[in-house]
Ligand binder design. Structure first.
Ligand code: SAM
Ligand code: SF4
Length: 337
């Protein structure tokens, strides 16, 4: 006798009454860069045998879309290093304008010059590009290996393909503090948005993050002296708080998990390349959706999602300070920043 999947149409609501509308998918934990705040120099990546296939990631993501998720962001690691990721973008892109409001990607842009046009055709309209500095030497230092010219070529290709660009800049004390105002001026001139991010204590990176932690409260006060910032209450569904800058089209966002907690409005969960669901970036508990899918197909997947949502933590517990251990053993690259 066929069993009824009673969860099939249940809304995605967690144990604290928050509705889940946003899924981040880390399509690979691998990366061609080694940003100092993100990864250790010598990282051990998942063996390929542990990865969910792109088809499994698509099935799980489409299940979330069918049950109410309106926005999907592909991230990593570096999403563009996963072979055939464009097939996944095409498959998910078919839902844009229907069940899905937006499909986006966060990338370091090292390979974007060859992929930008394809991503635009597949349904991506906006892309987040990580760029902590526009100085080539500093860029090589912070990424340990990177060539800034590749990233600038990627940004140019994105714009040529018609993609809206948002620059992600991790604000780091004694590294790029002096570049924040010039970066905003450059974004205004180029028509990009800018998001500033406080460094988060995720995974062991082989150095203490305390020395580099820069609270964004002070940064915003300094920017106010140079630019006219006007609060923009339109949300993109993420944790950033946005301001419009002068009379430009540019918006600046601040992601301040350490100095301004945003967990009460959390609407997101994260799927890893292993097919595990993390319901909080800053906590270690996960649910194995790939195993559920392999064992019991969609009903088992729905049951595993229900279990995960019921136990979604109320908030992260980030702490940065001398001697404070990382909040998770997992790096940002595993759950997709
Ligand atoms: N590789 C892609 C990139 O760099 O854009 C996507 C993955 S990366 C993990 C996503 C974002 O997380 C990037 O903007 C990166 O700067 C940010 N990030 C990584 N580790 C972080 C940390 N410990 N604290 C704050 N932001 C972090
Ligand atoms: Fe790679 Fe992105 Fe992490 Fe930098 S921030 S090491 S580009 S995953």
């Amino acid at each position: 006798m066929a069993t009824t999947n009673t969860l099939a149409n249940a809304p995605l609501v967690d144990g604290h009454g928050r509705t889940i509308r946003y899924l981040r998918v880390s399509v690979t934990d691998r990366c061609d860069l080694r940003c100092r705040y993100c990864m250790a120099e010598h990282m051990t990546f998942l063996p390929r045998s542990k990865l969910a296939t792109l088809d499994e990631l698509a099935i799980i993501t489409e299940r979330f879309i069918a049950r109410g998720v309106r926005k999907v962001r592909l991230s990593g690691g570096e999403p563009l290093v996963r072979r055939d990721v464009i097939d996944l973008v095409h498959r998910l892109g078919r839902h844009v304008g229907g069940a899905l409001d937006e499909l986006t990607m966060t990338t370091n842009a090292t390979r974007l010059d060859t992929h930008a046009a394809g991503l635009a055709i597949a349904g991506i309209r906006r892309i987040n590009i990580s760029l902590d500095t526009r100085d080539p030497d500093r860029f090589r230092f912070i990424t340990r290996t990177g060539d800034l010219r590749r990233v600038m070529a990627g940004i140019a290709a994105a714009r040529a393909a018609g993609l809206a660009v948002k620059i992600n800049m991790v604000a780091l004390k004694d590294f790029n503090e002096d570049e924040i105002a010039p970066m905003l001026a450059w974004c205004i001139a180029e028509g990009h948005d800018l998001t500033l991010i406080e460094t988060m204590p995720l995974g062991d990176v082989g150095e203490d993050r305390t020395d580099r932690f820069l609270p964004l409260t002070g940064v915003q006060a300094q920017l106010n002296a140079h630019f006219r910032l006007e609060r923009d209450l339109v949300s993109t569904g993420g944790p950033a708080r946005y301001w419009r800058v002068d009379d430009s089209t540019t918006r600046i966002g601040f992601i301040s998990p350490l100095t301004a907690n945003f967990c009460d409005g959390c609407n997101r969960v994260r799927l890893t390349t292993e097919g595990k669901l993390y319901t909080c970036l800053g906590q270690d508990d996960s649910h194995d959706l790939k195993a559920a899918l392999r064992d019991g197909d969609i009903p088992a997947l729905d049951a595993a999602i229900a279990d995960a949502l019921a136990t979604k933590p109320r908030r992260h517990d980030f702490r940065i300070g001398a001697g404070a251990a990382p909040a998770t053993t997992r790096h940002m690259s595993v759950t997709g920043g």
